[in-house]
Design a protein around this ligand. Structure first.
Ligand code: KIV
Ligand code: ZN
Length: 514
């Protein structure tokens, strides 16, 4: 079995997804979960892109000790300096430096000759080698680069000190056979190739990112890169959880393995989905809600007789528990703590206290709490940090098919002053948001609104995700409640609070071109 390194770029390439905007606390939460998942390398961001990204990479490098933390840099001294400053306190500082190599990029983006591209790449790797123990070099748009040119530049950057060579399919253009053959060609034609690990980085524009990554493994890649749930620019990146489970289930074919803790996959996937607001399609492989559901009579019959008739992956393998009923109204602190421990949550005392309080409040209206309910509560509390500028006190909505919908809200502001307002709207959510806008006294634009239930069943929690524009700052918010309208109000208030509480942190997304 060859061990394949898993390089996660959820916090860099994944965060480049349209509409995703994570704050530093959320990035840290994802980083810690990626550490538990057991990724070998974590790309925490692009330090030169903004002050915020720099600080977030620095905090993650300081905190995460069980995997190598890396950051992206263009082939320029200032980017490499920023990356070193951000990463130097990490357990194993690693630079990810890149330059575009394809004729399209050389001509139109870089406006450099092939010789100038080689010189820039070599100079940047040599410069970085004075600081970094490990340098990964990437040929952006490798798949649309002449293989002879690619082989030449790779040989030179290896001589300059690169230890990992990454060949990205930046635009998701290749099919698996072609992509694999590129790896074989480089292995056969670059004289010093045995000094490095080859890495695959695939985008999903034609829906082949995971297949291409697996093909690269078959052709000698020792590392693959991707994101959780496959999030990323345009159609996204290779979904790491899919590649890891494929290696596990088809180990006899690939003769390769990862060191991921597969039973952390579901938790990681849920966290990333919740924080990015990118909903996982029900039919998504491995983590979709239907991935293990057997609907047709023939399949159900088969599975009841023998699971393996229609089930190649057991849900438990990836951390999907089949255990449902757990706690109820009368469960105390002790049972609550035991259950959270069994679910694998590590909470601070403060987080535990807030989660328990929220469980108690919710149990006034709800009889039974499943694992999914408890997970939703804990995630909500972990991420709220217990801080709020505005707090919703009460909400009342009057709706009738023949009446004008009216909402009445009572909330407190930063100074704990109580605010009361009422407003109408064409529907209940609009009436609530018009009322909250009045309370807050600033024009707020709703840019996105999504509602989901946390599981099936009538008594499931409503989870609402919103994106707003508040004072010119884009912010997202989440709300969890038994009632959809309450969850909608909470999500809106949460989005406003995130602007106010992380005020000093708000910055537009990195505008540097890469
Ligand atoms: O897709 C790509 O080419 C990248 C590089 C910056 C590595 O993400
Ligand atoms: Zn990419």
């Amino acid at each position: 079995m060859r061990k394949i390194n898993f390089f996660d770029t959820t916090l860099r390439d994944g965060e480049q997804s349209a509409g995703v905007n994570l704050n530093s606390q959320e990035k840290m939460e994802i980083a810690k979960q990626l550490e538990r998942l057991g990724v070998d390398i974590m790309e925490a961001g692009f330090p030169a892109s903004s002050k915020l990204d720099f600080l977030s990479v620095q905090n993650i490098a300081r905190e995460v000790r069980n995997c190598s933390v890396t950051g992206l840099a263009r082939s320029m001294k200032s980017d490499i300096d920023a990356a070193w400053e951000a990463l130097k306190e990490g357990e194993e500082p690693r630079l990810h430096v890149f330059i575009a190599t394809s004729p399209i990029h050389r001509l139109h983006k870089l406006k450099k000759t092939p010789e100038q591209v080689i010189q820039t790449a070599v100079d940047s790797v040599k410069y970085a080698a004075d600081f970094f123990p490990i340098i990964q070099w990437s040929a952006e748009d490798a798949c649309r680069t002449e293989w002879t040119f690619l082989a030449e530049i790779i040989e030179k950057v290896i001589n300059a000190g690169a230890r990992v060579i990454n060949l990205p399919d930046t635009v998701g253009y290749n099919h698996p056979k072609e992509y694999g053959e590129m790896f074989s060609y480089m292995r056969e034609n670059v004289p010093n190739i045995d000094k490095v690990i080859l890495s695959a980085h695939c985008h999903d524009d034609l829906g082949m990112a995971v297949a291409n990554s697996l093909s690269a493994i078959e052709h000698g890649a020792g590392q693959i890169e991707g994101t959780i749930n496959g999030i990323g620019e345009r159609a996204g990146n290779a979904a790491l959880e899919e590649a890891a489970v494929a290696l596990n289930i088809r180990s006899e074919y690939y003769k390769a393995s990862s060191s991921l803790n597969l039973n952390e996959i579901k938790r990681t996937s849920d966290l990333v989905s919740r924080l990015t607001g990118m909903v996982i399609p029900g039919n998504k492989a491995i983590v979709g809600k239907n991935a293990f559901a057997h609907e047709s009579g023939i399949h159900q019959d088969g599975v009841l007789k023998e699971k393996t008739t229609y089930e190649i992956i057991s849900p438990e393998l990836v951390g999907v528990s089949s255990n449902s009923l757990v706690l109820g109204k009368h469960s105390g602190r002790h049972a609550f703590r035991n259950k959270l421990e069994a679910l694998g949550y590590l909470l601070t005392e403060d987080e535990f206290h807030r989660s328990f309080q929220s469980f108690k409040d919710l149990s006034e209206k709800k009889k039974e709490f499943t694992d999914e309910d408890l997970t939703a509560i804990v995630m909500e509390e972990k991420l709220s940090n217990g801080e709020a500028a505005y707090e919703l006190r009460s909400l009342q909505v009057q709706f009738g098919t023949d009446n004008i919908t009216t909402a009445t809200v009572s909330m407190t502001d930063r100074e704990k002053k109580v605010l009361h307002e009422a407003a109408t709207g064409a529907g209940s959510v609009e009436a609530i948001y018009n009322t909250l806008e009045r309370c807050i006294g600033t024009e707020i634009h709703l840019k996105d609104y999504r509602i989901q239930s946390n599981r099936s069943g009538r008594d499931a929690f409503a989870q609402v995700y919103v994106k707003i524009d508040f004072n010119g700052v884009e912010s997202s918010g989440r709300g969890l409640a038994q009632d959809v309208l309450e969850a909608s109000a909470k999500a809106y208030v949460n989005a406003v609070n995130r602007v106010l509480l992380f005020d000093q942190q708000q910055e537009p997304k990195a505008s540097v071109s890469i």
